[in-house]
Ligand binder design. Structure first.
Ligand SMILES: [Zn+2]
Length: 185
């Protein structure tokens, strides 16, 4: 599809509703966006917007900002060992890999986590979607959000990136979502 960055709706407000409408736009080539499943994940609106940005390849990681003309240091702030791209941050960074490893060790994920050495993690993620259950996809999205939050806390608050804490945060989000469903139900 032709849309790559979040934009405001006609009132100037960027809302989940406007994001949903944009994501469902089949685009000029007639193909449906392959990540429409994110709108069905049982989670908070802010996480859905994060997922939308992520799977549009529009999350403001350094590699993306650099492609858009920002001249900045591209080093991954977590491992200091590679360029910070979406591929690297959510898949191949050594500390991110440790987050996925913890999730497997805690039996929080029943299938291999979405890690790939290929250059196009987003493309590969489409294949993972085919094998993961709805429950697994929900857990993976919580882990992705936790990694993103921990990365930002490291950059803006000088916090240390702890892989196990990322898993704990994801588990807490799951509890929060389930509790809010109890109240609604
Ligand atoms: Zn890294």
């Amino acid at each position: 599809m032709g849309i790559s960055i979040p934009i405001a709706d006609i009132t100037g407000e960027f809302t989940t509703k406007s994001a949903t409408w944009l994501a469902h736009d089949p685009g000029q080539d007639g193909h449906t966006w392959p990540f429409n499943w994110i709108w069905k994940v049982d989670t908070m609106p802010k996480i859905k917007i994060f997922l939308w940005q992520l799977f549009q390849n529009a999350l403001p990681v350094k590699g993306t900002l650099f492609r858009r003309g920002c001249r900045l240091d591209l080093q991954c702030p977590i491992c200091l060992n590679d360029m910070e791209t979406i591929n690297h941050l959510f898949s191949t960074c050594s500390l991110t890999t440790a987050v996925w490893d913890w999730a497997r060790q805690h039996h929080w994920l029943s299938h291999p986590p979405p890690i790939t050495q290929s250059r196009d993690w987003l493309l590969d993620f489409q294949n993972y979607v085919l094998v993961y259950s709805k429950k697994m996809l929900q857990r993976i999205t919580f882990l992705l959000w936790s990694i993103w939050k921990a990365c930002n806390a490291m950059i803006f608050n000088n916090e240390i990136f702890h892989p196990l804490r990322c898993l704990i945060r994801a588990k807490k989000i799951k509890c929060r979502v389930e509790n809010s469903n109890l109240y609604v139900g």
